[in-house]
Design a protein around this ligand. Structure first.
Ligand code: FAD
Length: 609
C-alpha cells in the first residue's frame, strides 16, 4: 500500500494573504502551455517546490491541506483502540464525507483502492477553485475533484494528486423566479434552487422540502453529492414523476481547464451545459454551483415494503411472474419508484415508494397482490409483513420526523453533529464498503408487454439462481410524464434511458477493509467468487437485451464498451465538448469522456487527439 500517501501529516498550512483573481489573466492563459506526455508525481524533479505550494496556500486563503488518511492509525497499530474507533467511524457516511483523505467506498477488489491525494484545496469560493485548476495545469499535476465522495468507480480519489474538495461549498438558496444569466426575455422565470457544488442531497431536501415546502429532483441516498449526481444524470426515488436531476438543471457555474469561471445554461455555453447534464462528473471542469428547478410538492409521499419467501423454486418462478404482471398493471406509472429484488434463496424483497397517493389509495393498489399471496399459504411465507404508509410529503426528509419512525433512518453519531445529519438505514451497508462487483443495464419497457413478461420473469428467475438482482424502477424514464422524458432527451445520457422501465443492478460488497491492515484486509477470494456470480446473473439478463446500455454512476468498473454503454450515440458530441473546453486533458477520470487517451492511472497520455 501507499504508506507515503497515508502517513502524510494533515495540517492546514499558510495563512490567507490575497485573493486569487490576480491569477486569472483570461481564457487563453492555459492554452499556450506545453502539452505534457505525462503528469508529475512527488519525487519527480518537476514536482512543485515548497515555495510553489506555499504560494498556492496563500492564494487559497490558507485552505491548502496536506492530506492524510485516518487509516494510517491502523497501518501502524492495527489492534489499537484508535484503529477500532476508525473502523466504527467508517460506518458513518457523514464521517466519511468530512474526511479529506477518505471516500464512501474504500475500494473495489481488483479495480481500485481509495488513496489520499498529496494536497487538497478545501475550496470555499470559486476563486479557490480557479487557483487550484491553474496550479494543477501549470505544474502538470494529476487533478481530482471530490464532492460527496460517492463514486463507485473511484473517480474522486487518486494517489500523487492534487484534490479540489468542495465539501465546504454547501450554501443553498431558493428562488421564486429564476432566470439564467443571458436568458432574460428568452426564458420564463421559474422557481428554482441554487446549490453550491459540495452540498449533499439530504441537506438540500431539508432546505427545499422540509423548510420551504417545495420539491427538487435529487438522489435517493441522502449523502450523495449534488454536483456528482447531476453530472451523472441523477435519479431519486420519485424520478418516475419528476425525471432526472440533470434534466432539471437550469444553470451551472464551472471552472474550465484554462482557469476561467464560466456560466453554462441554455443561453451561455449551451454545449457545455448539455455535456454537464449526464456527461459524467470530473471530465469537463469543476462545477462550483448549480441551479435546478423546483416543483410544487405533492400532498403525500409514502412507501410500501414487504419481504416474501417462496417455499420452492417453482413457487418463486410463479411469484416473479405475478410481481412482474402486477408492476406492469398497477405500478408502472409516475406514482411509483424504487426497488424489487430477487434473491437466490427464493426471497422477493419489495421496497417501493410512491408520490401523490393517500393511505387508502396505496392500500387499495396493493390489495390484489396481497390477496393473491394469501391464496397460496403453502407456497409463500411472509418474511416481513407488508408496511404501507403514506405521509405528508413535507415530512418525507424531515430529520426530526424521521428519527421518530423506528428503523427508517440512522444518525451521524459524532459529538456535536448537526441534527439534520440523518441517512436511510438501507444505505448503512454502503458506508465504507469494499465493492466485490457491480453491474447494471437499462431494461426496455417492451419487456413489460404481455407477450414478453414471461421471458422477463424467466430471465429474472435464471439470474437470481446466481446472485441477487434488483429492479430500480425509478432509474428509467418509461412510464414518466412526457415533459420529464422530453427534458431528458436534451442531455448527454445514453438515449436507452428514455425507453427503460428500470435499471437492473446486481452488486456485491464487503465490510470496511483496506489492503495492508492486518485483520481488516479485503476478502479477495470471496470478492472474486461474487464478481463471477454477478457476471453469470447479468449474462442471463443480457439475453433479453438488444443493446447494452448502463448508468455511468452505477455500473461496472470493467464495463467493456463504456463509451457506448454510458452515452451511446451522444459520445461523439460529448467528446467534441471535452476537446473544446479541455483540449489537453487536464480533467481525467476512469471511463470518463476522453479518458481513452490516457493510461489507467491518468498519468500518461497514450494518444494525441
Ligand atoms: C451509497 C450510494 C448511493 C447512491 N445513490 C444514488 C441514487 O439514489 N441515485 C443516483 O442517481 N445515483 C446514486 N449513486 C451514485 C452517485 O450519484 C454517483 O456516484 C455520483 O457521482 C456521486 O456524487 P458525489 O459528489 O457524491 O461523489 P464524488 O465521488 O465526489 O464525485 C463523483 C464524480 O463527480 C466528480 N465531481 C464531484 N464534484 C464535482 C464538481 N464540483 N465538479 C466537477 N466534477 C465533480 C468527481 O470527480 C467524480 O468523478 C449512489 C452512490 C452511492 C455510493
Amino acid at each position: 500500500m501507499n504508506r507515503r500517501g497515508l502517513l502524510q501529516g494533515a495540517t492546514l498550512i499558510i495563512p490567507f494573504l490575497s485573493g486569487v483573481w490576480s491569477w486569472v489573466l483570461g481564457p487563453a492563459r492555459g492554452q499556450g502551455a506545453a502539452r505534457s506526455a505525462s503528469r508529475v508525481r512527488p519525487g519527480d524533479s518537476a514536482w512543485p517546490s515548497e515555495a510553489d505550494w506555499n504560494q498556492l496556500g496563500r492564494d487559497v486563503g490558507g485552505r491548502l491541506v496536506r492530506v492524510s488518511s485516518p487509516l494510517a492509525a491502523c497501518v501502524d497499530a492495527p489492534s489499537s483502540a484508535a484503529c477500532a474507533q476508525v473502523f466504527r467511524d467508517l460506518k458513518n457516511p457523514y464521517y466519511l464525507g468530512d474526511e479529506v483523505g477518505l471516500t464512501q467506498s474504500l475500494g473495489w477488489v481488483d479495480a481500485w483502492t481509495s488513496r489520499p491525494s498529496v494536497y487538497a484545496v478545501a475550496a470555499q469560493t470559486t476563486d479557490d477553485v480557479v487557483a487550484a485548476v491553474n496550479f494543477a495545469r501549470e505544474h502538470s499535476l494529476r487533478l481530482v475533484v471530490k464532492g460527496g465522495g460517492h463514486s463507485y468507480q473511484g473517480t474522486s480519489n487518486a494517489a500523487d494528486s492534487l484534490l479540489i474538495w468542495t465539501r465546504k461549498m454547501n450554501r443553498v438558496t431558493l428562488h421564486d423566479a429564476f432566470v439564467g444569466a443571458g436568458c432574460a426575455g428568452e426564458q420564463a422565470p421559474q422557481p428554482a434552487v441554487t446549490v453550491e457544488a459540495g452540498a449533499i442531497w439530504g441537506h438540500v431536501y431539508d432546505a427545499v422540502t422540509t423548510k420551504a415546502g417545495r420539491y427538487v429532483q435529487g438522489g435517493g441516498c441522502m449523502t450523495v453529492g449534488v454536483a456528482g449526481l447531476v453530472q451523472s444524470g441523477g435519479f431519486g426515488s420519485f424520478s418516475k414523476a419528476y425525471g432526472m436531476a440533470a434534466a432539471s438543471l437550469l444553470e451551472a457555474e464551472l471552472v474550465t481547464a484554462d482557469g476561467t469561471p464560466r456560466i453554462a445554461n441554455a443561453c451561455s455555453n449551451p454545449d457545455l451545459f448539455w455535456g454537464l447534464k449526464g456527461g459524467g462528473g470530473g471530465s469537463l471542469g469543476v462545477v462550483t454551483r448549480l441551479t435546478v428547478r423546483t416543483h410544487d410538492l405533492p400532498e403525500f409521499f409514502g412507501a410500501a415494503f414487504m419481504t416474501i419467501k417462496a417455499t420452492s423454486d417453482a413457487a418463486f418462478r410463479r411469484l416473479i411472474s405475478r410481481v412482474v404482471g402486477f408492476y406492469s398493471e398497477s405500478l408502472f406509472n409516475p406514482h411509483w419508484g424504487e426497488q424489487i429484488a430477487f434473491q437466490p434463496n427464493n426471497v422477493l424483497a419489495i421496497a417501493m415508494v410512491f408520490q401523490g397517493l393517500d393511505q387508502q389509495q396505496a392500500e387499495t393498489i396493493w390489495r390484489p397482490f396481497l390477496d393473491w399471496l394469501a391464496g397460496s399459504p403453502q407456497d409463500f411465507s411472509i418474511e416481513s409483513e407488508p408496511w404501507i404508509a403514506s405521509l405528508p410529503a413535507r415530512r418525507f426528509w424531515d430529520p426530526g420526523f424521521l428519527k421518530g419512525l423506528p428503523g427508517i433512518v440512522l444518525t451521524d453519531d459524532r459529538p456535536g453533529a448537526p441534527a439534520a445529519n440523518v441517512f436511510w438505514a438501507g444505505n448503512l451497508g454502503e458506508a465504507g464498503q469494499v465493492l466485490h462487483g457491480y453491474q447494471s443495464a437499462w431494461l426496455p419497457a417492451s419487456l413489460l408487454q404481455p407477450d414478453r413478461q414471461g421471458s422477463l420473469a424467466d430471465a429474472l428467475f435464471a439470474a437470481s439462481r446466481h446472485w441477487r438482482v434488483s429492479l430500480h424502477m425509478n432509474k428509467g424514464l418509461a412510464g414518466a410524464p412526457a415533459d420529464a422524458i422530453t427534458a431528458a432527451t436534451d442531455t448527454a445520457m445514453n438515449p436507452s434511458v428514455l425507453d427503460a422501465f428500470a435499471l437492473i443492478i446486481s452488486a456485491a460488497e464487503g465490510p470496511p477493509a483496506y489492503p495492508g491492515i492486518p485483520g481488516h484486509t479485503p476478502d479477495r477470494l470471496a470478492a472474486r467468487q461474487h464478481a463471477e456470480a454477478i457476471d453469470r446473473a447479468m449474462a442471463k439478463m443480457r439475453t433479453l437485451l438488444p443493446t447494452v446500455g448502463s448508468y455511468v454512476a452505477e455500473s461496472n468498473f470493467f464495463e467493456p464498451d463504456w463509451r457506448d454503454s454510458f452515452w451511446g450515440a451522444n459520445y461523439t458530441r460529448l467528446l467534441a465538448v471535452k476537446d473544446k473546453y479541455d483540449p489537453d486533458g487536464l480533467f481525467f477520470v476512469h471511463h470518463g469522456v476522453g479518458s481513452e487517451r490516457w493510461s489507467a492511472d491518468g498519468f500518461t497520455r497514450l494518444v494525441e487527439r
